[in-house]
Write a protein that binds this ligand. Structure first.
Ligand code: MG
Ligand code: MG
Length: 253
């Protein structure tokens, strides 16, 4: 069952989204060679708590940190660690969430560490633009398959692959609500989109195979071929006046 949100509920989600987006700006400003993923996670947690919110990820399903920080061939769910020191040329994905007044924001970005390869730069940009293609298809009367198809088309046109095992999701008072939001699909298929839907749209894009493998730590998901992966996520709301990007606090990021 899909929980549609009214204007008041969407306004509350905007607050949670803003805090989440700000936490990612804090993280962005820390990303450089020599910093540990633990330090970035701690700064994210401090920002969220300073805002009077709760880090949604901390303890979620037993997850031990406030952000998932995944490097290079790690796709999602990387566990921050004092031993994981970012190196020049790395590609780092930071995914976090904040709960505020009962509502959740969920957002992720992929950042270059210093100078990265041309392939890495292209991957980051294509992943971001695939998200926006999905948003363009998020229109009242369209279907969910239109969104996934639009995302996947951008990925394929650029010679990359879309992760299929993990998908976006509805979001509201729970981080994961109905429906699933795949980053692939068939135009004209799936549920019909309507005002009041709040979704986390989050393409995960690989340079090589779309296949992924979960590590024995029970969390970290890597590409099966060891090639790079990128992730871009915002919490969005579909309204009668169009799409609101609830976790966006700085245009172009
Ligand atoms: Mg997320
Ligand atoms: Mg999500």
């Amino acid at each position: 069952m899909i929980h549609l949100k009214n204007a008041k509920q969407i306004a509350a989600m905007r607050d949670a989204g803003r805090i989440t987006g700000e936490a990612l700006l804090v993280a962005r400003d820390m990303v450089r060679p020599g910093v540990s993923t633990y330090e970035i996670d701690l700064a994210i947690r401090r920002h969220i708590e300073k805002c009077g919110a709760t880090p949604t990820f901390l303890g979620y399903g037993g997850f031990p940190a406030s952000a998932c920080i995944s490097v290079n061939d790690e796709v999602i769910h990387g566990i921050p660690s004092k031993e994981r020191i970012l190196q020049e040329g790395d590609v780092v994905k930071i995914d976090t969430g904040a709960t505020y007044h009962g509502y959740v924001g969920d957002s992720a970005r992929t950042l270059p560490v210093g100078k990265v390869s041309a392939t890495a730069e292209k991957l980051i940009e294509v992943t971001r633009s695939s998200f926006w293609a999905g948003v363009n298809a998020l229109q009242i009367g369209n279907r969910l398959g239109d969104v996934g198809a639009a995302i996947d088309a951008v990925v394929r046109e650029n010679g990359f692959s879309t992760v299929r095992r993990y998908v976006g999701h509805g979001i509201g008072t729970d981080m994961h609500e109905s429906p699933d939001v795949p980053n692939y699909g068939t135009p004209g298929r799936g549920i019909r989109l309507c005002a009041g839907m709040t979704l986390a749209i989050e393409p995960m894009v690989n340079v090589g195979t779309f296949e992924v493998t979960e590590l024995s730590d029970g969390w970290t998901v890597k590409t099966s071929d060891g090639q790079l992966s990128a992730h871009y996520e915002n919490t969005v709301a579909l309204t009668d006046n169009g799409v609101l990007i609830l976790t966006e606090v700085e245009k172009g990021f």
